[in-house]
Each structure stands twice: as C-alpha cells, then as structure tokens.
Design a binder for this molecule. Sequence first.
Ligand code: SF4
Length: 616
Amino acid sequence: MKSIDLKDILYKVEKPARYIGNEINSAKKNLDEVNVRFGFAFPDVYEVGMSHLGMHILYHILNAEKDVYCERIFAPWVDMEEEMRKNNVPLFTLETHSPVKELDFFSFTLQYELSYTNILNMIELGNVPIRSKDRTEEDPFVVAGGPCAYNPEPLAEVIDFFMLGEGEEQIVQVMNLYKEWKKQGKSRNEFLEMVCEIKGIYVPSFYDVKYNEDNTIKSFEPKKDSYPRRITKAIVDDLDSVNYPDSVMVPNIDIVHNRAMVEIFRGCIRGCRFCQAGVIYRPVRERSLEKVEKIAEDLLKSSGFEELSLASLSTSDYSKIEDLVNILVGKYSGERIGLSLPSLRLDKFPIEVIEEIQKVRKTGLTFAPEAGTQRLRDVINKGITEEDLTKTVKEAFELGWTTVKLYFMIGLPTETYEDLDGIADLANKVVDIYYSIPKEKRGRGLKVTVSTSCFVPKPFTPFQWYEQDYRDEFIEKQNYLKSKLKNRNIKYNYHESKTSFLEAVVARGDRRVGETIIKAWELGCTFDGWGEKFKYDKWLEALESTNVDPHFYANRKREYTEVLPWDFVNVGVTKDFLQRENERALSEKITPNCRMSCAACGITDDFIGGDCKCVR
Ligand code: SF4
C-alpha cells in the first residue's frame, strides 16, 4: 500500500489540519498485521464528525480487535475536493492516507438526511461505483448505520447492507463473519447471504418493492424465503459491560464539541410524540455511577480536555444525576474542568445544582418548550408547564443569569395561530419576569432568543402519518411571529423551511426518492445541510427529472392502513403503540413518562423478554 502524498495540495486549502490525522490517541497499526480494514466515514467535515460520540465508540471497539484496523474518513470541504479532483487524488483515510478503495468496509453513519449527497460524493471520490449493483470483488462493502438508517429505503440502491440498531456487539459479529468468509474465499454475494443472518442487518438488494397505482407501496417482499421478513434492531443489554473508550482522540483543530464525552444512559423515558430518538433508542439503559466516574477519569487523564460532557437524550432523567453532578463537580472543579450537561431539562432541575455546574463557565439557560400553549404541549406530550419554566427563569435571573434561549417548533399537528401567540406570550413573560426583579438583584443586559424550527414528521413516531405544512404556511407563520416578537430584548431566529421540506421528503422517502438524491448530487448538490451550500433549485430540478412529487412524501397525510416504507424494520416499539399515541395526541391527552407508568410500547416483548426496567 502506498499512502497518498498530500503535500502539493494541503497548503492550498483552508484548515489543512482536517486532513492530516495522527492525533493524540488515534489508532496506529501495522497494516501487515491487520486482517480487516474498516473505514468509518462521516459524511461531513472533520470538525462535525470528530464531535460525534458514536464514531469514537465504534472506532475504539473495532481497534480493540487486534487484527481489525478502523480508520476515519471525513468529507473533504469544497476547496479540498477541488484540489483532489484536479490532482487525481482519491478519497483517503486519515490514519494511513490510504485510498478508500483498498478498504474492506466503507461505512457511513447516517445522522441527518441532508448529508446523503455527501455520501454519494464521497463514494465517487473514492473511485467506488455509486450503485451497489455495479460493485465488484475489487470494491469495499459500502455499509451504513445510525439513526436515519431506520428508514434505509432512500439509499437502498447505494448501500450494500445496513446495520440497524446499536453497533457495539453487532459490528464485532460482522467482523468475525467477514474473516471467516475471507478464509473460505467465497463471493461478494455469498458474504451478503451470510451477513443478513446477523441481527439488524438489512441487505436491500434481497427485497422487492411493488407499488400501487396511487404510488403508495403495495408490497415489500424478500426475494428468498431464507431472508428475514422483518429486520430487528440490535441492542446491547448492559451498558456497563460493553467496551467504552478509555482514551479519546484529541483533534488537531477546534471542533464543534471539543470535549470529553461520557454517555451516561441510552434511551429516553419521555414520550415526546414528534421525537424519533425517543422511540428508536428504547428501552432506557443506564451506566452505573461508578462506571461513569471511571470513564470520566480515564478520558480526562488521557486527553487533557478541560470540559466533560455527560451525554444522553435527557440528562436530568439519569436516576442518580444529582449524585453524579456532585461527585464530578467535587472532583474536577478545582482543576477548572467544566461540566457540560446537554439536553438538561432545566425545569426539572434545582437551580442551585445548575449554578454549581456553571461555576467554571457560565453559559445561557436553554429551554425547549417546543410549543407555545399548554394545549399543544399536551398534544406533543411535552411535559413542560409554563409554571416550571417561569419558576426556573425567575430563580436564574435572581442568581445573575441574563441569557435565555427558548426553542419551539412550528407546524406541529393541530397547531393554530393561538399556539403561535403562545410562543410570543411566553417570550414576553420571560422579559417581564426579568424586569420584575429589582435592578440591584439582577444581572445586566437581558437577552432572550426565540428559535423556531419547522416540524418534520419522522418515521417511528406517533406523528409519522402526518402531513407537513406547505412552505408558504411556514413562511406565513414565521412572518406572524416576527410581527409579534418586537421587544428589543428578544431576538427571533427561524429555520429555513426549504431544508425542512426536503428533510421531510427524504426522511419518509422510499426507493424512488433514491434516484432523486443521486440526480441532485449529479447536478452538483453537496453539503446540503450547510445553509450557504444548499441548492434548492437543483433539488427541484432533480425531483422533476426523476418524476418524484415531493408533496406526496412531505405534505400528504397517510392512512393507518398504508404500508410505510420502513414497516419491515422492527424497533421494538409497535405500530399499535404509535397509533394509540397519535389518537391520544388528537384528544390532547398526555401519556406519563415510563417511570411513572408503563404505556406498553412493546419494547419488552421482543427485545428483553420481560421487564424493560424503565419503571422503577
Ligand atoms: S415498555 Fe413501558 S416503560 Fe418500557 S419503554 Fe416501553 S412504555 Fe416505557
């Protein structure tokens, strides 16, 4: 293997450190002693990919296997891509600067739908055929996992096989099988036949899809009886017993989340009805306090990071969160190591503890009520009350905080303009609370930021059957809010509806949308998630030329009886439960969180054979 020489191009590009590798704690192996070469590809730039916890976990697990070498691959930024194309430099791995074509696996993580054109671009830059049917024994297996893979169909033509669910144990099984297959000298197709027997593995080319005249799906059938009819996600039973990184790579440049990260638990006890993560990561499994403490110690020691992040979907729901925070603050605040608790529900957390956490670095307070009225918050099952929020805000202002961020979604099912008024009222109330505190007792310079995103109905949520608002409805609602949020202390930000529209098309897309994605990439679309790079007109052109009506996917209400493209995936939570939750939403009924009472979501039956341990 001859490694690619970058010296003639690196000096011409912005942030060359993105492409160098060799970071502290990155894996270094002798290629002669390696049996399987795995490329973990993140379809975005280095700074984004290096911030992704899942990559660090799987990188560590794979490299813990003596004869497996996992290397990283990131999307080159446009300037680097231009130089690579000019100089005939193929896409390469960071560790050894090898062309990706030399790998055994070229594996993508699907974190957001708008990264799909980058995946195609990376495959082509690696001189690997875009469509799986065109690949030969000379090519790596192109695989994909991650949250968006739960609806794999838009990439069915591109990906050789998907790995659905949690990868820690599954990926090692795939590696072992691969070694076995290699020894036997069997064909590429024979490997696919073997690998589809592993839990969570989906080989799209083994299935046929037929459509009705109205364009809905008629049937989804395996081509052979031996292929699984349903693909059941893989999960790990016990987080304490799976391997977790004991050291963390220290990036060469500043990245989005430049800190040590410990995942404290997986899953979520809340059942927010718009949230896909809350369903696909069920059931809740916690890491023990001792284990979290030990991991934190190892990571900080090995990296020298000055910030430790406790990662999860809803950090304050960790059953021993106060104990954990007290231990970590006691242990590290003297060393000026800051603690960051993303996804903390501030309304449920004593402000004194937040104050303790923020002693090192005081940031703003963030709340995500998601909807402006209690009625709509009940529809989406967001258990935040106005009282929770105003009480915490008042205490925070009294302790000197002056920056508050409020996140909402517009276009939620059943939303009316009264709910939008509720957003403005809530923001104005926050301002009033600040001014109700005597001048000498409050900090100076109040800043309230209201941000709205556009609701995107996602697979595996109780709202998966809903139509998304049309773009002009979103724009009208955004303008309405603009007119209502005039207070000089309030800043209003909103998310572009064009990208949310496209996200809705792809998120609930089927195989036919795959052709549009390929066409969009051929027309020059990449980095669609990066505002200034998003080429909406090219996407519209791609939709038209592939004869795909985007409104069929984004703005159409589905019947419960319709076959959905992702119905063959078993995430444990049943379709019955999702339907029940949707009905409860329509009657504005909340469902208590899993610790208060079990709502029989179905996860217990197939996955853990009994108690899901969420209810305490
Ligand atoms: S089985 Fe019950 S408690 Fe467990 S995740 Fe499902 S709804 Fe929650």
